[in-house]
Design a protein around this ligand. Structure first.
Ligand SMILES: [Fe+2]
Length: 244
């Protein structure tokens, strides 16, 4: 009986992607986690799903005009709290970066020294609503300054799809693409889900991330266990997550 159970025990959903490069779990800095307890609970559940390493990426945008020094201090405090907790069931803390919005209201430049993922990888996002801004010029500045760029959740921008000139321009520049795994679960609606799968089918997705803000996201992640279509993709696609 025990052998039978072992044979049929499913591996954790995230046994092939064990590094999350995008979440909002530094307590109290943006629209993500509001408390240390909430952060710890989210991290604990994510570890159970298979995540071994987490990078924290708070928003930098007009609505959340965070300052890098302040985020670094808060991150160090969080690390200290987690260290004191001594909970071996939490994922490793990979580091802190930012999710930088580029739109008509907010723009960073290389001289601003934004917080990046290892290897000067800048996680960035565009407006969730309008296309009346082109990031091409500022993207060029960052690439010329030795940064790499990762565009977060292009499936969530209603004005963008696999046929858009902007997507092909961005890809031609060497910008990497990160899809939200919860988009593929339908968390942001059918449109984002289908575009997410479209990007996957076209082989342009380099990273997949949770973009976790709170337990609502974590509970939705848990639902992936029963999503065979998505689990198959996770298991059969090579993402770059674990290089970080
Ligand atoms: Fe995000």
């Amino acid at each position: 009986m025990l052998d039978f159970l072992k044979l049929h025990k499913q591996s954790p959903v995230f046994s092939s992607i064990t590094t999350d490069i995008h979440c909002h779990l530094i307590p109290g800095v943006d629209d993500g986690s509001t408390s240390l307890d909430e952060t710890v609970n989210c991290l604990r559940e994510m570890a159970k799903m298979g995540f071994k390493k987490i990078f924290f990426t708070p928003h930098f945008q007009a609505r959340y005009p965070n300052q890098e020094e302040d985020i670094l201090k808060r991150f160090e405090l969080l690390k200290e709290h987690l260290r004191k907790l001594g909970d071996n069931d939490l994922p490793e803390i990979g580091g802190v970066a930012g999710e930088y919005r580029f739109d008509n209201l907010y723009e960073k430049h290389p001289e601003d020294k934004p917080l990046t993922l290892p290897g000067k990888k800048l996680l960035c996002e565009l407006s969730l609503h309008t296309s009346d801004y082109s990031p091409i010029e500022v993207f060029k500045q960052f690439l010329d300054a030795g940064y790499s760029l990762i565009l977060a959740h292009p499936e969530r921008y209603p004005y963008l799809n696999i046929h858009s000139k902007l997507i092909s321009d961005i890809l031609n520049m060497g910008v990497k693409i990160q899809v939200n795994i919860l988009s593929l679960q339908g968390f942001y609606g059918v449109g984002a889900m289908e575009k997410g799968y479209d990007y996957m089918r076209n082989g342009i997705v380099d990273y997949i991330a949770t973009d976790t803000h709170n337990m609502r996201y974590v509970n939705a992640l848990a639902g992936i266990e029963h999503n065979k279509r998505l689990r198959k993709i996770i298991d059969n696609t090579t993402f770059l997550n674990n290089q970080l």
